[in-house]
Write a protein that binds this ligand. Structure first.
Ligand code: ADP
Ligand code: ADP
Ligand code: ZN
Ligand code: ZN
Length: 779
């Protein structure tokens, strides 16, 4: 398809897109519209919208503003595409982005904190004689504003010997210091103590008090030469090791790490209390002495946004301009169903959907025009009642002169689009084609489209018989967040959906289900947290199937002849791996001012192994080629290796046949990570009753994938287990045996069980905001 020329061509025209599974795609998408990209998981939507269109816009931007970055971009690689014309600058609000740091909050993400500080600086009421403060002085994140006691954290953390060493009968070698990191780092610290002359084999409680005190709490960081013991798999040279006390390690991890897992682990060794000086407000006394409309800035930051809007009414010209601006920026956040959040809410406690909608609302006032926004499932975590507001916001971005390209599954959003790009027909190598690019209505009659089947099918859902409960699990009374004294009953042996608008208290409620409760049995939470945070963990290592594959390789004649054991085929230890990238296949590229990114290893080209290891083959494939197989291809290849075949079969069952075995954890979406965990669960031999809890398992899934997933989950129930899902997808809710609806609103306007019963009954509830949408699904 040649590209027509003309100065006012209103299309973004893509030619020969071949990123990942795309098959030389040519597609034209109009600018200044809301365009939705659909298709089953793994079909290539993201590869087109993010991997090609957004990536190319980014590349051009880097090249124009940062010529020095050119070499690095070359290393990172440009998207595989022939040509793109008509492409505006792009802004992406992707959910997979790195998690925010512990210091960011709703206020900082939306920039509303800045404006509020400006208001206090310029138009606040100061105590007599006090000097006017700079707006920085109202920020807990600056030296000028932070409470000197807690450094602006609002809480003080302490740790104690009892927390750090829960079992003093153990020796250091046996793991007495529970707070230490695991694996190599922990051994390193132990070896350093050993080198320093401490007895690492004596029970902890028998060590002299002064020694224990030093080991746990010292701020000294002595450097010593460590001679590690040799073991069979790795031969290590002496090295310089730096000691860090357990307290220092815990504190440092807690304040610096970006990994929520590590942070949570560190937190277990800390007790915390509100800061006695600032009372938790994080600010200096001078700042807290200033008020606006009778409130301190800390009080305003703690109000739900719905109330903040009402509280902000200023007298005088300066105040009015500032409060008008603030209220106009709070409005879209409230409109997107997030009015229950307060400015001081820490960003790491927000869900991915909440965070993306906050960023979206913030963009409305950015004043940008002529850009293309590329969004990743903005409806994730959104109740159907709030979807219309989302469409309104997207419409406004468009009205301001922008193009809005979204990858979406929610059919109401798809129906609201001006333009539809449907990718398919299936996943991985069976996808990668554009089946339709045009108005939504014209998708009807596109024969291979899975999207068409769901978008235009108006036949009623098949009636399923409601399963009887085998007992009840009573949870509560729960008093936490916005729930006060709520008691819920979860029926056992059935499929339950927990519903309610965003912020109504669903996650808070299911967070209370624990293994200690009678009737739970084994509790399995299948969440969307990443299966790993570095390219070092991947599908094959996570599921354990790689262990079997390595045994298979070690058993080949080629490996035996060369004397290669199982360890030789690991990319995590020295021996068989490529040492340049230490088996990662990638090297990290640091870009000044930009997030660091990964580029293929210059030595092994991403293979992860050294050439000698790659000489060994099994059925004509080397170990790197195995990691490159998709699950589907591997299932055929390993059909006669039962331990591998079983893992692969369950991965196929949850619709992940398109993933490659070596696909790094960092490239997987939250939904994919969740389904990998689910597959792991499905594969286990289950004895007794298991209680499965899943938070929005349909996130990122096309309706066709949802069908597959539901077959699996209902299968678990049929096998005698209990499944509870938090869900917004009404097709899933309609298929449940029992529904618990929370609400009626979010935050203080929610927190009650509005209705509970079989779907048909909840659909008739007059008080439930879920009812009308559920009823629509049931007819
Ligand atoms: P969708 O967005 O439709 O779910 P993707 O565009 O993410 O699909 O993926 C399309 C195909 O490309 C899949 O087979 C997927 O495994 C593969 N893929 C995705 N990301 C990468 C990557 N970084 N490297 C190699 N292959 C990838
Ligand atoms: P849902 O899962 O229905 O979206 P949540 O259970 O996440 O709702 O939230 C219910 C209420 O509790 C909301 O007002 C929310 O702002 C508040 N909340 C949730 N998590 C936290 C937290 N970690 N800190 C403070 N408030 C929270
Ligand atoms: Zn303080
Ligand atoms: Zn390498």
């Amino acid at each position: 398809m040649p590209i027509p020329h003309g100065s006012h061509d209103p299309y973004v025209r893509v030619r020969g897109a071949s990123e990942h599974n795309l098959r030389g795609v040519d597609v034209d998408v109009p600018r200044d519209v809301l365009a939705v990209f659909t298709g089953v998981s793994g079909s290539g939507k993201s590869s087109l919208a993010f991997g090609t269109i957004y990536a190319e816009a980014q590349r051009r931007y880097f090249e124009s503003v940062a010529p020095y970055a050119r070499r690095l971009i070359h290393q990172v690689g440009a998207p595989k595409v022939g040509e793109i014309t008509g492409l505006p600058p792009a802004v992406s609000l992707q959910q997979r982005r790195s998690t925010p740091t512990s210091r960011s909050s709703v206020g900082t993400v939306t920039n509303l904190s800045n404006s509020l500080r400006m208001l206090f600086s310029r138009a606040g009421d100061y105590p007599p004689g006090a000097e006017r403060l700079d707006s920085d002085a109202f920020s807990p994140n600056t030296a000028a504003g932070a409470c000197p006691e807690c450094h602006g954290l609002g809480r003080v953390h302490r740790t104690t010997e009892e927390l750090l060493v829960p079992d003093p009968s153990l020796s250091i070698r046996e793991g007495a210091i529970a707070a230490w990191p695991g694996a190599w780092q922990g051994k390193n610290l132990r070896d350093i103590l050993d080198t320093l002359g401490h007895d690492v084999d004596r029970p902890w409680r028998e060590l002299p008090a002064r020694e224990r005190e030093w080991i746990l709490f010292t701020d000294e960081q002595p450097v010593v030469t460590v001679h590690p013991v040799r073991d069979a798999e790795r031969i290590q040279r002496p090295y310089q090791g730096t000691y860090m006390s357990a307290r220092r390690y815990v504190m440092k991890t807690f304040s610096d790490t970006k990994s929520p897992t590590l942070r949570a682990k560190a937190e277990r060794f800390l007790t915390s209390a509100p800061c006695p000086v600032c009372g938790g407000s994080r600010l200096r006394a001078e700042a807290l002495a200033v008020t606006f409309a009778g409130h301190t800035i800390a009080e305003l930051a703690a109000l739900p946004l719905t109330e903040l809007g009402r509280a902000l009414h200023g007298d005088g010209e300066a105040a009015r301009v500032l409060t008008d601006d603030l209220r106009s920026r709070v409005a879209p956040v409230v409109e997107l169903g997030l009015g229950y959040l307060s400015l001081d809410r820490p960003a790491p406690t927000l869900s991915a959907g909440e965070l993306q909608r906050l960023r979206l609302a913030t963009q409305l006032r950015s004043g940008l025009f002529g850009v293309v926004y590329v969004l990743d499932e903005p409806s994730a975590g959104l109740h159907p009642a709030d979807t219309e507001a989302l469409l309104t916001v997207l419409d406004r971005l468009k009205g301001a002169g922008n193009s809005v390209f979204v990858v979406e599954h929610h059919l109401d959003v798809v129906r609201g689009a001006d333009w539809l790009v449907d990718v398919g027909p299936r996943a991985g190598e069976h996808g990668g084609q554009v089946l339709h690019s045009g108005p939504v209505a014209d998708l009807e009659g596109v024969p291979d489209s899975a999207t068409a089947r769901f978008l235009f099918d108006r036949s009623p859902a098949p009636v399923r018989e409601i399963r009887p409960a085998r007992g009840q699990l009573k949870v509560g009374p729960v008093t936490r967040h916005n729930l006060s004294g709520v008691t819920a009953e979860f029926p056992l042996g059935v499929f339950t959906a927990v519903t309610g608008v965003s912020g109504s208290g669903k996650s808070t409620l299911i967070g209370e289900v624990t293994e200690e409760l009678d009737g739970v049995g084994r509790l399995v939470r299948v969440d969307q947290k990443p299966i790993g945070r570095t390219p070092r963990s991947n599908l094959a290592t996570y599921t354990g199937l790689f262990d079997v594959v390595r045994k298979v390789f070690a058993g080949t004649d080629g490996a035996r002849r060369r004397g290669y054991g199982v360890g030789r085929f690991s990319f995590n230890v020295a021996g068989g791996r490529c040492e340049t990238c230490q088996g990662e296949g990638f090297v990290s590229v640091e870009l000044l001012f930009l997030p660091s990114t990964y580029a293929p290893c210059p030595d092994c080209g991403g293979a992860r192994y050294n050439p000698e290891t790659l000489e060994v083959t099994y059925r004509e494939r080397n170990i790197a080629q195995i990691l490159d197989l998709t699950v589907e291809a591997a299932a055929g290849f390993f059909a006669d290796t039962p331990a591998v075949a079983r893992s692969l079969a369950t991965l196929l069952d949850v619709g992940l046949g398109y993933l490659r075995l070596g696909q790094p954890a960092t490239e997987l979406s939250g939904g994919e990570a969740q389904r990998i965990k689910l597959a792991g669960e499905l594969q286990r031999v289950r004895r007794g009753h298991t209680f499965y809890l899943l938070d929005e398992p349909t996130t990122g899934l096309h309706p066709a994938d949802v069908e597959v997933l539901m077959r699996q989950l209902h299968g678990l129930v049929d096998a005698g287990h209990t499944v509870v899902v938090v869900e917004h997808d009404m097709s899933v809710v309609a298929g449940a045996d029992w529904v618990i609806d929370l609400g009626p609103g979010g935050g203080d306007a929610g927190g009650h069980i509005v209705a509970a019963g079989p779907p048909a009954e909840v659909a008739r509830s007059a008080a439930s905001r879920t009812a009308p949408y559920l009823a629509r699904q049931l007819v």
